[in-house]
Design a protein around this ligand. Structure first.
Ligand code: PLP
Length: 431
């Protein structure tokens, strides 16, 4: 099995954290997001322990809320010693509702409206990660009115092009995120920030992209950031106290993806950082990282019920399930690959070639094409692995399909953490 929290029980069913997936489906209905809390906690600890050991106690991983945002995630990541990255007032609101102190939040976003900025300042977020010059001016004004000095990091792009999917490749010069170093515009950005009376610049942020396995981009990124920090010291007598190098480590969706050794990768980044700091005579900064996918992706499994099973003669077999692009748009967006199995027949031969399609009136509504699973019967439970990240958080109501319920398993027990949406829920804002 792809992960060791997934097993096949004596009935030949898939078990998640020791619990029979078909029983979970029977009790909570499908589609169903299943999260394994023990896996999330283990992933948090991997980052926290490695960052403390390698960079020192002040260096912390921030959980990227965009990967999975609901109230129940915040007490888990906080109790494991993480802070969080939030990208909208909605994520701030959710984290506050869960009891997370605003001081542990880093507020991102390419277009923070004046209202968003006021909300972040009023809430008392720890850091703003400022994306552009316009935001900087608006933030300075809001802080003046509020009578506070806000800590910020300035978001820069390092001009790197990691090998990943186009839509999640964010660190190139030609990108809507942050301000590029290569074009010289970052110089104007920092100059403007240092001149703001109500803003305290502590350092810089950069994110190279997502689902990245190669180490080169991360290593180059710290070299570029340190060189820029040295330039800021020389030109503005500025001391860079903090570097936030974003998220992005890849996870295993299929057997073809490698399993990253995260502490080893972090150590490699440290080596490059140290060498660069030595080269420029810079003090070692506090380091932040923003993992999202690698904290929650492998903790998630989505369960569906197989409905239509049909052969289009001369072409292929289709298995349609009771969810699809509404609960997981990643195949439709990026042709993202998944490992899929028939949870009701997990010990049978996987010799039935088929395409798994969703229930929407959209030919792009697919979860996987031309894969092999044990031949399903109507009513079998189909499990899609590695769906903990960017599934629930990207879900929609297209075709008026209610969002699924989400449950958390831990220590052999399951609990409901997000109720299934009802038809009334979908009407609640309609006047
Ligand atoms: C600024 C920023 N930080 C962190 C992340 C999380 O990345 P990942 O989920 O790949 O770790 C993203 C995702 O794109 C991001 O844009």
């Amino acid at each position: 099995m792809l992960y060791n929290n997934l097993t096949i029980n004596e009935k030949g069913h898939l078990a998640i954290g020791g619990i029979d997936a078909t029983e979970l489906a029977a009790e909570y209905g499908t589609p169903l997001y299943v999260l394994d809390e023990d896996v999330i906690r283990k992933n948090c600890r991997t980052y926290v322990d490695a960052m403390h050991e390698i960079f020192g106690e002040d260096s912390t991983p921030l959980f990227a809320s965009k990967a999975l945002c609901f109230k129940g995630i915040y007490p888990i990541v906080e109790s494991e010693g993480m802070c969080v990255d939030v990208v909208s007032p909605g994520e701030i609101y959710t984290a506050l509702a869960a009891g997370l102190p605003a001081s542990k939040m880093f507020f991102h976003g390419t277009n923070k409206t004046d209202e968003d900025i006021e909300y972040g300042v009023k809430s008392g977020v720890g850091y703003f990660v400022v994306d552009n010059l316009n935001e900087l001016a608006a933030l300075d004004r809001v802080c003046a009115e509020a009578g506070i000095k806000q800590k910020v990091l300035l978001r820069l792009t390092c001009g790197l092009d990691p090998h990943t999917l186009e839509a999640i490749n964010t660190g190139r010069v030609d990108s809507q995120f942050g301000v590029p170093i290569d074009t010289g515009q970052a110089d104007d950005f920092v100059r403007a920030a240092f001149a703001c009376e109500n803003i305290q610049v502590d350092g810089f942020h950069s994110h190279v992209g997502s689902q990245i396995f190669e180490s080169d981009s991360f290593n180059r990124q710290v070299e570029i950031l340190v060189a820029f920090a040295a330039k800021c010291r020389d030109e503005f007598s500025f001391t860079t106290r903090v570097l936030n190098i974003g998220g992005g480590f890849g996870v295993r969706y299929t057997e073809a993806d490698p399993l990253l050794n995260i502490p080893e990768r972090i150590r490699e980044i440290k080596t490059h950082l140290e060498t660069s700091c030595d080269k420029y005579g810079l003090d070692f900064p506090t380091l932040y990282m923003e993992p999202g996918r690698s904290i929650v992706a492998d903790a998630g499994v989505t369960l569906y019920t197989a409905g239509g099973i049909k052969e289009v003669k001369g072409y292929r077999n289709y298995v349609t399930v009771d969810g699809g692009m509404t609960d997981n748009p990643r195949y439709a967006l990026y042709k993202a690959q998944y490992t899929i199995l028939n949870a009701s027949r997990a010990s049978e031969a996987t010799d039935f070639e088929c395409t798994i399609a969703g229930r929407c009136c959209e030919s792009g509504d697919r979860i996987a094409e031309d894969i092999k699973i044990a031949e399903p019967k109507r009513g079998d439970i189909i499990a899609v692995l590695t769906t903990g990240a960017y599934n629930y958080s990207m879900a929609s109501n297209y075709n008026r399909v209610p969002r699924p319920a989400m449950i958390m398993v831990s220590g052999g027990k399951a609990r409901l953490v997000v109720k299934r949406e009802s038809y009334e829920d979908m009407l609640r804002n309609e006047v």
